[in-house]
Design a protein. Structure first.
Length: 396
């Protein structure tokens, strides 16, 4: 207490009485302003400091820090300390459980400090009772890393394999192995969507973009593979271009939905092929769907031409169904038109010939330029013409 006159001598039992004009130091000033008071910076105190130096967008150490704080904040007061770099999304999820503090010269007092990277030292401004060096790595020659720092109280390896990758001399003589904690996932799995279509307006390119953005905005995880001759400009990262191939049935069979958002379709092979292997569809209200006995909610979901009117959460419930078509009936219809003649079967099936281009030329059948070194498959008679003209050579 600073005062010029103390009329209550018993106060000396509880505090130090000093003349008002005496310079002094303290952490908190209460009462009138006093020019002679110099504030002592109050140190940060906590039970556990997790020091990571820098936190990136992805990484095993980043996952360790989050999972550690997720579980251990229930038992300890924890501060995550970093130097300069901390990725925003990593910070956002950590702040739900612990404070994240940028390190300065300010004193930090804790019971235990955990140093997450073996290439960094614990900052000098951290005062602790116990120190733990984590080793999340096997021995590497990167950064001239030859041993785990042994100047801390304990060393914790995340696996025995990591510990044994260092020689006895390179690692701490006494160490512990504690496997990393994991957080069981209880959310929805990502939807796998497949499309095989031209990226044009009449084939639903704009609707594909709209639906992809709707799913993303609703935080519905998905990967949408589209097999096409061209890429869709402005597509989000999870709308993924795939090089066209003649057989995408393995992909369709693995998918949750075959997506077809065209203005119109005369038949649409991909929808029927998907249904026959038990893959549901997401489609615009094509008139042919009624003819093919495809029903909304039973075989998939119908998206209105104005895609914004679709409840994009519906596909989270993936329909299970059985769909069978009578190809034998269709064969009979064709035989009725073509007549019931018997074939001679004079043609002997061939596999085609591989020809390596030895100089650039425009291929009239493929309707594009071929580069030197490119290999294409063609019929035997055509291969003879290309090699005779000096544009290619046959490959064995």
């Amino acid at each position: 207490m600073l005062t010029d006159k103390n009329g209550m001598p018993e106060l000396e039992r509880y505090c130090m009485i000093m003349k008002y004009n005496t310079p002094c130091k303290g952490t908190i000033l209460r009462g009138d302003h006093y020019d002679g008071f110099m504030q002592i910076e109050k140190p940060i105190t906590t039970q556990v400091v997790v020091y990571i130096s820098a936190e990136h967008k992805i990484g095993g150490i980043e996952t360790f820090v989050y999972n550690f704080c997720y579980y251990m904040h229930k038992y300890y007061d924890i501060i995550v300390l970093y130097d300069a770099l901390f990725e925003a999304s990593q910070m956002a999820r950590l702040l739900k459980y612990v404070p994240v503090v940028q390190n300065t010269s300010k004193k930090i007092i804790c019971d235990t400090v955990i140093n997450c990277r073996i290439v960094k030292k614990v900052p000098a401004n951290i005062k602790y009772k116990k120190s733990i060096q984590m080793s999340h790595t096997c021995r590497l020659d990167l950064w001239h890393q030859t041993k785990v720092p042994q100047d801390l109280d304990e060393t914790v390896f995340v696996s025995e394999a990591a510990a044994q990758s260092f020689s006895e001399e390179e690692r701490s003589a006494k160490y512990k192995v504690i496997h990393n904690m994991t957080i069981p996932y209880e959310g929805d799995r990502a939807l796998l969507l497949i499309s095989a279509t031209r990226p044009t307006p009449e084939k639903g390119m704009n609707r594909m973009l709209a639906l992809a953005n709707m799913l993303n905005n609703a935080n519905i995880p998905f990967i949408w593979l589209y097999f096409s001759v061209e890429r869709i400009h402005g597509a989000p990262d999870n709308l993924v271009y795939m090089t066209p191939t003649l057989d995408i049935m393995p992909y369709i069979k693995a998918a949750d939905y075959l997506v077809q958002l065209s203005d119109s379709e005369a038949f649409c092979y991909s929808i029927i092929e998907a249904l026959e292997v038990g893959t549901a569809i997401i489609s615009t209200p094509l008139p042919v769907l009624d003819e093919l006995e495809v029903k909304d909610g039973e075989h998939g979901y119908i998206v209105p031409f104005e895609v914004e009117g679709f409840d994009c959460k519906r596909p989270l419930e993936i329909p299970k169904f059985y769909y069978k078509r009578d190809n034998a009936k269709i064969i009979k219809q064709w035989r009725a038109i073509l007549g019931k003649t018997k074939p001679k079967h004079q043609y002997k099936p061939g596999k085609g010939v591989s020809v390596r281009c030895i100089k650039p030329y425009r291929d009239l059948v493929l309707n594009r330029m071929l580069k030197a070194g490119e290999v294409v498959i063609m019929s035997e008679d055509r291969a003879e013409k290309i090699t005779a003209a000096g544009y290619g050579i046959k490959e064995a």
